[in-house]
Design a protein around this ligand. Structure first.
Ligand code: NI
Ligand code: MN
Length: 234
């Protein structure tokens, strides 16, 4: 797909997305593998993963972050409270950042942007809060601008993300219940003006009822909604 200029974006079910740039950098966003009902079980991750990027602390986004980082040699990038917490859980290489900031990785600028959601992890019967939930904008050199919204409600400051970064591919949660659903995602698309949408965080569990078909039917041009199965690439 020419829109992505040689960058490969692979949906691995739920909010887990693998980004492989034309220059060879490999980034895995929100790894939820072992207990993810929609993870393609026969999928083989690349041997080397350079960075694991995290939007927030919930288990369905971070469950496999530390094991994957250890096995594949990755550095974990996330909001400061979350990376500090994961350091305590055995993460060896981390980059903590915060909202509005950009971290320059080799050939990819990662900007942390707002999301409207919570961020915590359950330890026994205790909830540990881990800073704010975030979205991530990947500005890939000689490649596309990719926005992974994380888990979020729609919010009007998505207009700022469009004004500042002009994402070409928007990876949006559409399942509802814990995030926005298709009705709200229509407004997100209006604010963000992406050329393509990868719908995520739908169909994994029964409450996540929103579908790409619903979103496409509500948009002026439904053809911008990518239809891929877990394990397939854009
Ligand atoms: Ni969440
Ligand atoms: Mn989630």
């Amino acid at each position: 797909m020419s829109l992505l200029k040689g960058t490969k974006v692979t949906w691995l079910g739920h909010a887990t997305v693998l980004v492989e740039t034309a220059a060879g950098l490999t980034l895995l966003i929100d790894p939820f593998l072992q207990h993810n009902p929609s993870y393609p079980k026969d999928y083989v991750l690349p041997e080397k993963i350079d960075y694991v990027l995290l939007t927030h602390g919930h288990m369905d986004h971070t469950a496999d972050a530390v094991p994957v980082a250890q096995k594949h040699g990755a550095t974990i990038v996330g909001i400061y409270e979350l990376t500090s917490y994961l350091t305590g859980k055995g993460a060896e290489k981390t980059i903590g950042m915060n909202l509005g900031g950009t971290v320059a990785l080799p050939g990819v600028d990662v900007t942390m942007v707002e999301a409207k959601h919570t961020s915590s992890i359950q330890e026994g019967d205790q909830i540990v809060y881990l800073g704010e939930a975030a979205g991530l904008v990947l500005t890939i050199a000689d490649g596309p601008v990719v926005y992974h919204a994380g888990d979020t409600a729609v919010f009007s400051d998505m207009k700022l993300i469009q004004a500042l970064y002009k994402p070409e591919l928007a990876i949006l949660p559409i399942g509802g219940h814990f995030t926005m659903g298709p009705r709200e995602a229509v407004l997100a698309v209006e604010y963000l003006q992406p050329k393509q949408i990868l719908p995520v965080h739908w169909g994994t569990f029964p409450p996540l009822k929103g579908t790409p078909e619903q979103l496409a039917s509500l948009l002026p041009d439904g053809s911008i909604v990518a239809r891929v199965k877990p394990g397939q690439s854009l």
